[in-house]
Design a protein around this ligand. Structure first.
Ligand code: GSH
Length: 211
């Protein structure tokens, strides 16, 4: 099985799938497309919806980031056990999408003052408390987000917290905010990393991205 993930040199909508593949120990080609190369590829039908990410598995081409990460989780068995658990997985993943869009819009609009205020004082602390409450609902917050095995919820939330609040020295800025609003989520991220040397190894050597 040959897997290639085509995406920009960003975390954003590609990183959860990269993390799932590393977590599972599945070899893949991490094809990072430059912003200069992209218009030509897009205009020549490189991906079905003219967007990235796109994942190729042998002759299959998959698009839409959440559908790709969901496909990987299903393929590797990181799936909820019943419909209600599936609801808990999908709803926290949708919340992550809301958070991602909010901060992506601020980042790409260049409104960095508002971005920092929302990150440190308003929107992010508020969302973190919601995520904390969801985690605590299952096994008092000392396990996975849903049930007793990893699901897409864990990969998506791990990526959100790690990439936007911890990595690349961000911890210096957001440590107290994360600890105050979501102590169990913070512990979850630590536990996730300790439990996956493959992901920890990847994160310590991956290219540094701004978003
Ligand atoms: N809903 C899509 C959104 C994809 C998307 O917005 N991709 C952006 C990068 S994050 C893109 O391809 N931008 C380049 C373009 O639109 O030309 C997904 O989740 O995959």
């Amino acid at each position: 099985m040959a897997i290639t993930l085509h995406y920009f040199d960003l975390y954003a909508r590609g990183e959860t799938s990269r993390i799932i593949l590393h977590y599972n120990g599945t070899e893949f080609t991490d094809h990072r497309i430059s912003f200069e190369e992209w218009p030509n590829l897009r205009d020549n039908g490189f991906s079905e919806f003219s967007e990235l990410p796109q994942m190729e598995i042998d002759n299959l081409k998959l698009v839409q980031s959440h559908c790709i990460s969901r496909y990987l989780c299903q393929k590797f068995g990181y799936v909820p056990k019943n419909h209600i658990d599936e609801y808990y997985v999908e709803s926290i993943c949708d919340l992550k999408e809301d958070i991602y869009r909010h901060f992506a819009n601020l980042t790409f609009s260049g409104n960095f003052e508002q971005l920092e205020e929302d990150m440190q004082e308003t929107a992010m602390p508020w969302w973190l408390r919601k995520i904390e409450a969801r985690l605590v609902r299952n096994q008092n917050g000392d396990g996975w987000f849903v049930g007793s095995n990893p699901t897409r919820a864990d990969f998506e939330i791990f990526q959100l917290i790690y990439d936007y609040l911890i990595c690349n020295e961000k911890e210096n800025t957001y440590k107290m905010m994360l600890e105050t609003n979501a102590p169990k989520v913070k512990a979850f991220v630590k536990r996730f990393l300790e439990g996956s040397p493959r992901v920890a190894g990847y994160l310590s050597t991956r290219p540094v991205c701004f978003f």
